[in-house]
Design a protein around this ligand. Structure first.
Ligand SMILES: Nc1nc2c(ncn2[C@@H]2O[C@H](COP(=O)(O)OP(=O)(O)O)[C@@H](O)[C@H]2O)c(=O)[nH]1
Ligand SMILES: [Mg+2]
Length: 250
């Protein structure tokens, strides 16, 4: 997949990015402060509409940092990439098919553990991830201490603590987003290795996908995993977003 092909898929999500713009997605459970972070990052410069063909609100905005332009997309709140609700399907499809250049997983510092399952799922799809531990002020009030460094080492991706409502940690977050976008940040996500039987099936499915689409930014292992888990939405997405006319997964 070259930039042109990805740009045209993004276009179908109403995200119009040029090659000099970095597309950043915010994903997280509901109420983790995604919209507050969005406002803090963009200074409220936002554009709202609907996700194409859906009655779900879409919020996009731009920000500049270090002379570079970023397009920020606030995804609907989601608990899992095993999508159940319409909101979750939108977030899943955007991650799988529009391939944001950087994905920020927004988590709630007061109930971090619950939020980390989504983060681990995202890490199976892309290494260009920043984990944002938001509501850090609330955590402190409850005497919850988050060891950001240890968490970053465990996950293998950068972790930034923020208090979006007070605007704390926002500049740091921008810096880390830039570093991940430019490949400067250390990012070696811990990938889950499944039983050898599962891995063998995943490898077979992945090979078939690779024969249909040229990988590049598309994570063919992620697609293969979700297909193996039986996610029909992913199959639909492959047919819908990739140019696979005449090719078959069978
Ligand atoms: N104390 C505190 N409250 C926050 C923070 N970020 C967001 N909130 C509040 O948490 C609630 C949910 O935030 P919102 O941005 O709508 O979350 P979203 O559902 O993920 O978009 C709102 O009342 C925010 O004002 C934060 O860092 N600290
Ligand atoms: Mg919101």
């Amino acid at each position: 997949m070259n930039f042109q092909e990805i740009a045209s898929i993004r276009n179908r999500f109403n995200v119009k990015s040029s090659s000099c713009e970095t597309v950043v997605a915010l994903i997280g459970n509901p109420n983790t402060g995604k919209s507050s972070l969005f406002n803090a990052l963009t200074g409220m410069r936002q554009h709202t509409g609907n996700w194409p063909g859906k009655t779900v609100l879409q919020t996009q905005g731009r920000f500049y940092f270090d002379n570079k332009r970023y397009i920020l997309v606030d995804l609907p709140g989601t608990y899992s990439l095993f999508a159940g609700s319409l909101d979750e399907k939108i977030a899943r499809d955007f991650l799988f098919f529009a391939c944001p250049d950087v994905t920020v997983v927004v988590t709630d510092a007061t109930c971090l553990e619950r939020n980390l399952s989504l983060a681990l799922q995202v890490l199976e799809l892309t290494s260009r991830v920043v984990v944002c531990v938001n509501l850090i002020d609330e955590a402190l009030k409850k005497a919850i201490f988050i060891d950001v460094k240890a968490l970053s080492q465990e996950l293998g991706v950068p972790v930034v603590a923020t208090a979006a409502r007070e605007g704390r940690g926002i500049n740091k977050l921008k810096k880390v987003i830039r570093d991940v976008a430019e490949g400067k940040a250390v990012s070696r996500p811990k990938v889950i290795e499944y039983d050898s039987e599962i891995e063998a099936v995943v490898a077979r499915v992945e090979e078939k996908i690779r024969n249909m689409i040229s990988g590049g930014v598309i994570n063919t292992r992620g697609l293969a995993l979700w297909l193996v888990w039986g996610d029909k939405g992913i199959l639909k997405g492959i047919q819908n977003y990739f140019n696979i006319e005449g090719k078959t997964l069978a």
